[in-house]
Design a protein around this ligand. Structure first.
Ligand SMILES: Nc1nc2c(ncn2[C@@H]2O[C@H](COP(=O)(O)OP(=O)(O)OP(=O)(O)O)[C@@H](O)[C@H]2O)c(=O)[nH]1
Length: 435
């Protein structure tokens, strides 16, 4: 069947050959040089189709089979396929082979050929043309290089990556650490974020998408999600894909960074920054409520002595143990944290509307803190015992955080002045008159 087609093509060539100059001109438009092979597949002719084309030295091919010619580079797989076609006397097109030039560079040619058959159908070799496809091969190679570089970059990044459209439908997922996914990767593509993620995460995602739709990119959108090993914090960055309502979303696990930025590494309590932020948030809420609240400034007595007599490591151990005991006394919903050194702060909220019972609660929490925290702490076969001085300021309504802190600090010093291991409680309104 193929050889019948080939014969037809040869016949057509002959008809065109009637107007040889036209056929030549046409051929020169689509190819760079032509060649002929004998029945043993040896190249017997190789010549340019037009003057002035920069071609490798074509005579270098003469007398060789393509796969034996030193100038041509044909890998084994391609060689076998090509040789098989020739042995079957099949026409072929678009076989690409490399030509190594003397300057050590490669040029690529796409070769097409048809068998030469005589009237009895006897095979006499091949004729064909070749086209320089080096430019296209170089573009393909640089695309492959870009792709390989992107792949390597992706593999080096620990971040989760998603492709999502403006309606929140996922079109792709890249998860080098699958344990960070809230939903297994194979269940994500083709589904909407609202069906997979908690509403708060969906809200933050759409905020980021809206921003990226308008400005091209969005950064720094943070959210938390509960995974198998606990709560993780993530930061999301989004970039819009050119000209489409499609977005690349990069999600970084910032749980550890977050912990470093907001938690005291020694005690695990909120650090000064997070603590003051939480206190400010709570004060905003309390300003609209009738309930009393109290800010406690807690300072360890003679803590320097622990460091000086038992060493810094003993001091660290004491601070860790005190923090744990404080956490057990103060309600978990109330802000508690380490201000620095041996100073801690707790905000007791929702103490009710009755001043007398609010004051009694503050007194009770203060006593519990002093009682529990002064229990001996084991250290290298012995024990360490410390006491606390606490200043407590009772307030309600709108308050300025720094004024409250200042008042609680003053009261803590009043407790120290009374010989330490004491608590001093006062109403903010009474203090303000004297401040
Ligand atoms: N081990 C340890 N010591 C710390 C840390 N941060 C601060 N300190 C020490 O805590 C001590 C705090 O001492 P002060 O509050 O000035 O004084 P004090 O000895 O507690 O005396 P009073 O406050 O008057 O009862 C200093 O010696 C600091 O070096 C820490 O993270 N670990």
């Amino acid at each position: 069947m193929e050889s019948v087609c080939a014969e037809r093509r040869v016949a057509a060539g002959e008809r065109l050959g009637g107007d040889g100059a036209l056929a030549e001109a046409l051929l020169a438009q689509v190819a760079d040089w032509r060649w002929a092979m004998d029945a043993e597949f040896r190249i017997v002719r190789a010549e340019p189709l037009a003057e002035g084309r920069r071609l490798p030295p074509l005579p270098a091919l003469i007398g060789y089979r393509p796969w034996e010619c030193p100038a041509l580079v044909l890998d084994e797989r391609r060689r076998r396929r090509h040789e098989r076609l020739l042995w079957q006397c099949q026409p072929f097109r678009g076989v690409e082979l490399a030509w190594r030039t003397d300057r050590g560079r490669q040029r690529w040619f796409s070769i097409s050929g048809v068998p030469r058959l005589d009237e009895q159908g006897h095979f006499h070799g091949y004729v064909g043309v070749a086209t320089d496809v080096t430019a296209r091969r170089r573009v393909e190679q640089s695309l492959r290089d870009v792709r390989a570089e992107l792949d390597a970059t992706l593999r080096a990044l620990p971040d989760l990556m998603f492709e999502i459209d403006g309606d929140g439908v996922f079109h792709g997922v890249h998860a080098p650490q699958p344990e960070l996914l809230a939903v297994p990767a194979e269940r994500i593509v083709g589904r909407r974020d609202v069906d997979l993620l908690p509403p708060e995460v969906v809200r933050i995602t759409h905020q980021a998408l809206d921003q990226a739709r308008e400005h091209g990119a969005a950064r720094g959108h943070r959210y938390r999600i509960k995974l198998a090993d606990g709560v993780h914090w993530f930061e999301m960055s989004v970039a819009r894909k050119a000209g489409r309502d499609r977005y690349v979303v990069v999600v970084r696990d910032i749980t550890e960074l977050n912990a470093l930025a907001f938690y005291d590494p020694l005690t695990g309590l909120p650090n000064r920054r997070l603590l003051l932020d939480r206190v400010e948030q709570a004060l905003l809420r309390l300003a609209r409520e009738p309930d009393w609240a109290a800010l406690l400034f807690i300072d360890v007595d003679d803590f320097k002595r622990v460091n000086d007599t038992l060493g810094h490591a003993a001091g660290d151990r004491v601070l860790q143990e005190l923090a744990q005991r404080m956490r057990a006394v103060v309600r978990s919903s109330d802000p508690l944290g380490r201000l620095g050194g041996d100073e801690f702060l707790a905000l007791l909220t929702d103490l009710g509307t009755d001043l007398y019972s609010a004051r009694r609660t503050v007194q009770r929490v203060g006593s519990q803190l002093r009682e529990r925290l002064s229990q001996p702490i084991a250290w290298h076969g012995g024990v360490v015992t410390v006491s606390l001085s606490i200043g407590g300021v009772l307030f309600r309504g709108a308050q300025q955080p720094d004024r409250l802190m200042q008042a609680a600090d003053q009261l803590m010093y009043r407790a120290k002045d009374r010989g330490k291991n004491a608590i001093a409680i006062q109403l903010m309104s009474a203090l303000v008159r004297r401040m």
